[in-house]
Design a protein around this ligand. Structure first.
Ligand SMILES: Cc1ncc(COP(=O)(O)O)c(C=O)c1O
Length: 375
């Protein structure tokens, strides 16, 4: 027993160190980490360029608040808005995914003067109050039902249901691929119709790219695919490869309307987070990691449809392995064989969210393990 409150169901081993896509536990056993600490270890553990950047920045300036301009913060803002597709020219830095969503929704409510939000069935957006209002899980919402903001729940990929979005809705927030729900992609038709409906009703469209962003899909963000751009985009998780950071990207028009004191966060955009983000973006460019993420996803579809796996869903380094029945026994079996994977809200889908530079050999070894497990 430790003094921690028991809020997390934990792995049956204690992690000691990580190196790339490998993890080592306190007993010296090593694992392929195909879950990346819940999509955070974008470039793998202890990535040398990120470690170097953090070390050098810590020596120069560990922290100063947002009242002081910092060159490193300006460079980070420049770099992430350049990395994002055109149309998201401004950014607000914070510390986590929930904080990014909370601020995106606050901005939407403030700027539209409306108080209702809309989000997808089975979507997950975090646990702060506005983010939780958008989150679908009744189990998570129930204790706070009286203090949550009204949210309309849209059926996934149901164009007709978009009629729920009207002139009273401030924002619609969606994950372009619903990860926790079980790697469910929004169709191009749905995304196009969603954009159009938001245009027609003056509702702001927010893409929650906390998992899909930062190159995981083989492109910088899902935004821009099929020509659909959001008004606001939130990202976190792998943005600084494990150093806590979140970001709200937004159009020039929305950004220009943000006034002093509308948003704030003591640690948001701190120099260490910014140094790590810059190192991540430099490594993605230098090592062609968008291409590698896409190639890894392709490789997965070639080598993982074996044994108990009936289909591979998702793209790039956000993948679901579909099985018949419950995926939970497979999760445990793979862990015993030295592969960390993730379950999902869909009992028959096992998720892979590996670092985008994972060697293909990791997937080959997983394929061999699946063969060995059998159907
Ligand atoms: C899609 C999505 N949105 C928001 C969040 C919340 O992020 P955080 O845990 O950093 O607050 C998560 C976390 O899993 C997520 O997957």
């Amino acid at each position: 027993m430790t003094p921690h409150v028991e809020t997390y169901k934990q792995y049956p081993f204690t992690v000691a160190t990580g190196d790339g896509a490998r993890l080592r536990d306190t007993k010296g056993r090593s694992y392929w980490d195909l879950y990346g600490g819940h999509a955070v270890a974008l470039l793998g553990h202890a990535h040398p360029a990120v470690v170097r950047a953090l070390h050098e920045q810590a020596r120069q300036l560990t922290f100063y608040s947002n009242v002081a301009p910092l060159e490193i913060r300006d460079r980070a803002a420049e770099a992430i808005t350049q990395f994002a597709p055109p149309g998201l020219e401004r950014v607000f830095f914070c510390n986590s995914g929930a904080e990014a969503n909370e601020n995106a929704l606050k901005l939407a409510i403030q700027q539209t003067g409306r108080t209702t939000i809309a989000a997808l069935e089975r979507g997950f957006h975090g646990r702060t109050l506005l983010a939780l209002s958008a989150t679908a899980s009744e189990k998570l919402r129930a204790p706070f039902a009286d203090v949550l903001t009204p949210a309309r729940r849209l059926q996934i990929n149901d164009v007709d249901d978009l009629s729920q979005i009207d002139e009273s809705v401030a924002a619609v927030i969606v994950e372009p691929i619903l990860s926790i729900a079980g790697v469910i992609e929004l169709t191009p038709e749905y995304l196009g119709a969603l954009r159009q409906r938001c245009n027609d009703t003056g509702t702001l469209l927010v893409f929650d790219e906390i998992q899909t962003g930062m190159g995981r899909l083989g492109r910088p963000f899902a935004a821009g695919a099929h020509g659909v751009m959001p008004d606001l985009l939130t990202t976190a998780k792998g943005i600084a490869n494990g150093f806590p950071m979140g970001a709200v990207l937004m159009t020039e028009e929305i950004g220009a309307r943000v006034a002093t004191d509308d948003l704030g966060s003591t640690f948001g955009g701190g120099p260490l987070a910014c140094a790590a983000l810059l190192a991540v973006l430099e490594a993605i460019a230098a090592d062609s990691l968008l291409d590698r993420a896409a190639a890894l996803g392709q490789h997965a579809t070639e080598v993982l449809r074996r044994g108990p796996v009936t289909a591979i869903i998702g793209r790039g380094c956000m993948l679901g392995l579909q099985v018949n029945g419950s995926a939970r026994p497979l999760w445990s079996n793979l862990l015993e064989r030295g592969f960390v994977t993730g379950t999902s809200g869909d009992p028959s889908v096992l998720r892979l969210l590996p670092p985008i530079n994972t060697p293909t050999e990791a997937l080959d070894e997983l394929g061999a393990a699946l063969d060995d497990i059998g159907a």
